[in-house]
Design a binder for this molecule. Structure first.
Ligand SMILES: [Zn+2]
Length: 62
């Protein structure tokens, strides 16, 4: 599950229920990936359990 948080100039995509609270900025501890759109930055946070790797098929669950 992911939460989308839309701010003035940024959209944050944050994993729900992660062990650590994420910061709503690009300097979050999770080293988020940033895509710059025309008038917004889309900041995708990385979950501590690496769930995004499963969803994109980079890693298979055991
Ligand atoms: Zn984060």
């Amino acid at each position: 599950m992911w939460e989308t948080l839309e701010l003035d100039k940024e959209i944050h995509i944050i994993p729900i229920g992660d062990i650590h609270q994420h910061e709503e900025n690009s300097k979050c501890w999770c080293n988020p990936s940033i895509e710059t759109e025309i008038n917004k930055d889309i900041i995708t946070h990385n979950s501590l359990d690496k769930r995004e790797l499963y969803e994109t098929g980079q890693r298979k669950p055991n």
